[in-house]
Write a protein that binds this ligand. Structure first.
Ligand SMILES: Nc1ncnc2c1ncn2[C@@H]1O[C@H](COP(=O)(O)OP(=O)(O)O)[C@@H](O)[C@H]1O
Ligand SMILES: O=P(O)(O)OC[C@H]1O[C@](O)(COP(=O)(O)O)[C@@H](O)[C@@H]1O
Length: 560
């Protein structure tokens, strides 16, 4: 199967991690993987330059590595290692020193190493667009033709609500598009029967977090980080001058960014489209709240306005107007800051990277693309780059280490000669008492020979320090409020008992937990049943399968 991936609409952090995961998971599932540049626009334009070969011929760092892969068995990973356009895409250059170019080529083959390290880059390296031509029937006909011309039978689209609406339309029109192409003589009988179905999967990549049926969209947590960082900076200058700041944040018709930023960074008042002010005199309400905060000693004021905010009569609420109200009615020295596209840029936060790997565990690719039926509706998937990870849960033993060394030797051997890159091994401090970080480093150095060297770094207490993320801040606020309500409730029920025989029930000593996206109270008596008291951790950890993904995405499971 030939699988292609594109990114479309407003870019969001994590889109590169999506492309990397799709390419790798596709290869692990036996597919040929392709990248469509510039969103739907690239599909419409297709490939006009057919002179460039789809592959480059580079010698391996260790010519014998190929034979040692699973005792010489040909694997799809080795057949799809690199095709030569990864560097061009990553550097954003049209041309290559050796005459390779992306000009006139919008649908390009990509291999495992072509997307190496992409999880850490912001935006989308393969380009995105708001394509007018794809909105027209003629544009979609051209897109269908170009896909069939390249022999692609499955498409992954990462974008927002618009892109996925476009994907769904494309899917539903597919039978009529291919029948038109056939009647116009553009595709053969064979192509018509081979491409009768287009398998298509959507991943929601959008900073707005505005898609129904999914708690989080890819890129939303990172955008929230950007906003929170900006507010932390604004707070210091606002406090210095005792000023009021009105901050306008993105989010189109969705208030998630504004609301969560407000909770994480301590806003005095927040305007979001979903909950317009209930009264026509919202100005009075806002001024009253802010005056109260000032009276109790707050030196600064922060009001957050979502870009789509409006009043109950659907009249937009603009940041400039809010600033004027604060200045005129409260006499505050007020300023407006519009964060704009800064919110969309930058490296994805850890959560967005994990979200992507999660959505694209190779089994999901397999389920969605290799086995799904076209007559189904469009499938939507809405929820690091180490090579090896050692955890206390799994422990370490000699067999494991022997296989790991073998994997590293093969993997470095398969690198293009002279172009090896660093690979990361992460060891939890308690993974083993015997196989220490020092010992592991020495062992890899010794075994690496001329292929690779090794060094170690210990992060120590850096992990415990630093500024809390907005997700942690919002979570802390949410949990604390619920805890206060819990205490109140149990206090009231105790008070209702006769004073001399008051007795708190066991469930009144509880821990507030997050399970899925729900908050649940777990009595301490229940919690101990699920705890591994000796090792001071849970008996079962929801994240244990992650180790399997690390090994799949590094190629270990395929190569040894
Ligand atoms: N109704 C539609 N029909 C066909 N294509 C669409 C439709 N809506 C959106 N698209 C395509 O998806 C692209 C991105 O959509 P847009 O709404 O701009 O961004 P986002 O996907 O981030 O919401 C559009 O430029 C267009 O090419
Ligand atoms: O970058 P542009 O084209 O000006 O679009 C800005 C819009 O894009 C977004 O950042 C993301 O929206 P989409 O996910 O719909 O593309 C919105 O929050 C904002 O309103």
């Amino acid at each position: 199967m030939k699988l292609a991936v594109l990114t479309s609409g407003g870019d969001s952090a994590g889109m590169n991690a999506v492309v990397r995961a799709v390419v790798k998971a596709g290869i692990l599932n036996g597919c040929e993987t392709w990248i469509v540049r510039e969103g739907y626009e690239g599909l419409v334009r297709g490939n006009t330059d057919t002179q460039i070969p789809s592959t480059i011929d580079e010698p391996f760092a260790d010519p014998s590595a190929r034979q040692r892969v699973r005792s010489g068995k040909a694997t799809n990973l080795v057949e799809n290692l690199r095709f030569g356009d990864g560097d061009l895409l990553h550097d954003g250059t049209g041309d290559h020193a050796r005459g390779r170019t992306l000009k006139g080529r919008y649908i390009v083959r990509a291999g495992w190493d072509d997307v190496r390290g992409w999880f850490a880059d912001g935006g989308t390296l393969i380009g995105t667009a708001r394509s007018k031509t794809f909105r027209s029937p003629a544009g979609r006909l051209a897109a269908a033709y170009n896909l069939i011309k390249e022999g692609i039978d499955a498409l992954v689209v990462c974008g927002g609500d618009g892109s996925l609406t476009g994907a769904d339309l494309f899917r539903s029109e597919w039978p009529s598009l291919i029948s038109t192409l056939h009647s116009e003589g553009k595709i053969t009988d064979e192509q018509l029967s081979k491409h009768g179905h287009l398998r298509i999967v959507g991943l929601v990549g959008s900073i707005d977090n505005d898609m129904s049926m999914t708690d989080l969209t890819i890129g939303a947590p990172t955008a929230l980080h950007r906003i929170c960082e900006a507010i932390d900076n604004i707070n210091s200058t606002a406090t210095s001058h005792s000023r009021a700041f009105v901050l306008e944040v993105m989010g189109r018709h969705c208030g998630w960014l504004a609301l969560l930023a407000g909770v994480s960074a301590g806003a005095d008042f927040i305007f979001i489209p979903e909950r317009p002010p209930q009264t026509d005199s919202w100005e009075d309400e806002m001024c009253e709240a802010i005056s109260m905060h000032r009276e109790v000693g707050k030196r600064k004021t922060l009001v957050i306005v979502a870009e789509g905010a409006h009043d109950s009569n659907l009249k937009p609420i603009r940041a400039d107007y809010v600033r004027d109200v604060l200045t005129e009615r409260l006499g505050l020295d007020s300023r407006v800051t519009t964060l704009g596209h800064i919110q969309r840029g930058g490296r994805p936060c850890a959560f967005d990277r994990i979200l992507v790997s999660w959505l694209f565990g190779s089994s999901v690719v397999h389920f969605s693309l290799v086995t799904c039926d076209v007559d189904d509706n469009l499938l939507l998937l809405g929820k690091t780059g180490a090579s090896l990870v050692y955890t206390p849960e799994q422990g370490m033993d000699l067999d494991m280490l022997r296989a790991d060394v073998k994997f590293l030797k093969i993997r470095y051997g398969l690198d293009a000669k002279g172009k090896s890159e660093g690979r990361l091994v992460i060891r939890n401090e308690c993974a083993s008492k015997v196989y220490t970080t020092d010992m592991l480093t020495d062992m890899f150095r010794e075994e690496g020979g001329g292929l690779f060297d090794s060094r170690y770094a210990s992060l120590g207490h850096i992990l415990q320090g630093g500024v809390p993320t907005p997700m942690d801040r919002a979570r802390a606020a949410r949990l604390s409020l619920r805890c206060m309500a819990f205490l109140e409730e149990h206090h009231q029920s105790l008070l209702a008992q006769p004073p001399k025989s008051r007795c708190a029930p066991p469930e009144s000593a509880a821990v507030i937990t997050i399970q899925g996206s729900a908050l649940k109270w777990v009595p301490v008596t229940e919690m101990v049943k699920h705890a591994d008291m000796k090792n001071r951790r849970g008996k079962e950890a929801w994240w244990e399968p992650v180790k399997g993904w690390v090994e799949a995405l590094s190629g270990r499971s395929e190569l040894v």
